[in-house]
Write a protein that binds this ligand. Sequence first.
Ligand SMILES: [Zn+2]
Length: 285
Amino acid sequence: MPELPEVETIVRRITPYVVGKQLLQIIIRHPKSVLGDPKMVEGSTVTLVCRRAKMLVFEFSNGNALVIHLKMTGQILYQDAKLRLGGGHPTADWVAQLPSKHTRAILEFSQDSRVFFNDMRVFGWIKIFSPSQLRQEFQKYAPDVIAAEVTSANFFEKLQRRKQTIKVVIMDQVVVAGVGNIYANDALHLAKLHPARLASSLTLVEAKILLAALRTVLQLGIEKQGATIDSYRQIDGFSGSYQDVVRVYGRSGLPCLVCGELIRRTKLGGRGTFFCPNCQPEVVS
Ligand SMILES: [Zn+2]
């Protein structure tokens, strides 16, 4: 599942090729994948590509925006006469003939270039918004965890109010946006906090350490251009290498990089949870 660093990586990769180009038309191949009126952005020029939480945002010269959420299996692939690049969920479609049977929409740009939105399981979406609709949509999400407006004091305050485990709470986009499973696991290990601690049991100091740890692992994720856990991890222009520096995610039974104790796996909120029983002791809370 593409997380914040993977989406940020796509933004950085496609920006030089998309900004300044005119969106000629949106070809919809799976109607449920595209919500809103394509005419609101067709004919307009892309002024900015950016990220909000785990969403990719195209802003247009007429003020409207097109937002893509990759969810579990979404991919964004840019292609012109000379090159193809992008990212998201790793599948054979990265290098297959496009469009593929998983292509749900094609954004056709000037200069014979295209952005393919592929989505195997069809949980992802494209939505088209006016400026006021976009503001309303983004209000559903808390500020990005790496945004300066998230302070340790207000992060602590939010944790205090929650009676769930800390791992589940930091992945709740209403608390802070942009934390997915890989980076939640690794941040808790870096912060030396057991993932099953109750969020409300953390002290202000622990909340501060955890917020810093979340930012550290996400920044490292961005630096490594995201993680490509499955196959296809060696394809330039698509994959990332965070999996080579991962702390605990996917490492059950392997030695902790800090103390050598074997990493354990459990499940919290239905998601695979990895921790070192020595570095992250379970305290009664
Ligand atoms: Zn350890």
